[in-house]
Design a protein around this ligand. Sequence first.
Ligand code: SAM
Length: 298
Amino acid sequence: MASTIACFTTDNVSPEDQSVIETPQGETKSTVDNSLSKAESHELPIDRTLVSDFKQMKLEKEAQKNWDLFYKRNTTRFFKDRHWTTREFDELKACRQFESQRLVLLEAGCGVGNCIFPLLEEDRNIFIYACDFSPRAVDFVKQHTLYCPERCKAFQCDLTQDDLQDNVPQASVDVVTLIFVLSAIHPDKMAQSLQNIFRVLKPGGSVLFRDYGVNDHAMQRFKAANRLGHNFYVRQDGTRSYFFSKELLAELFEGRGFRSLANDYVFRETVNKKEGLCVPRVFLQSKFTKPHQSQTSP
Ligand SMILES: C[S@@+](CC[C@H](N)C(=O)[O-])C[C@H]1O[C@@H](n2cnc3c(N)ncnc32)[C@H](O)[C@@H]1O
């Protein structure tokens, strides 16, 4: 039995949508009630946590170390390449024929490059900045056979405190991808990370977002002892995960000057074919744009 559920334990980062099928039509709509009953929400008052302040501070201080150790243990084997991004986001479709149409992209929190290498393979007319705060992850990106400095620049950066402009010119990026990254950042530091991103994005450029949605299966599997705060949990390896409601996400982005273009839950099922297991997943998929100056309110 233990092996049956092995890939869904909270020891690991949840394998997101590595092997997914669409749920029946009706369920994929964002109007589905995405709320927990009291019993399902572990009977804890909404913001109560069993984790001491000392432990919480230690987790924050060691966030980078814990992710770096994650990549030491798992190397490049944990996440599968994300070939779905061009299907989900029109902005990433490879339809730029001319050099002048070259897309400049920043993958913020790139891990070992599972999002960027499918894009570099498909699209000759793209330049990708890729950053992560784990030095090991950045090294894995640089060692990839598809990595070449003419088309890609990987660098270490803690989005919560290092200025992206040290590596990326101000207002120079067409698209930022933020894929299962904001959830790993402490809620108190999410806004400053978005502000950092805002500065390097061109006016009219967009942020393409996908991350864990509130009440996702991974959230429901966490024990009360792993709760750090509202919708915020710690895994056994010390990495943390926030589960977003679309209201909170819109507030976060709009509070930093972005405009919402799309913001909806995506309902999927993660399938473990070998074990015949199927678990329901909730992700939040969204698009935000940096308005042109003329579009900002006075
Ligand atoms: C679940 S992985 C996703 C990686 C990649 N975006 C992908 O789609 O495969 C989350 C990544 O966020 C990175 N990360 C977490 N907090 C960060 C921060 N404050 N600054 C930069 N990267 C961070 C972690 O090191 C990890 O590589």
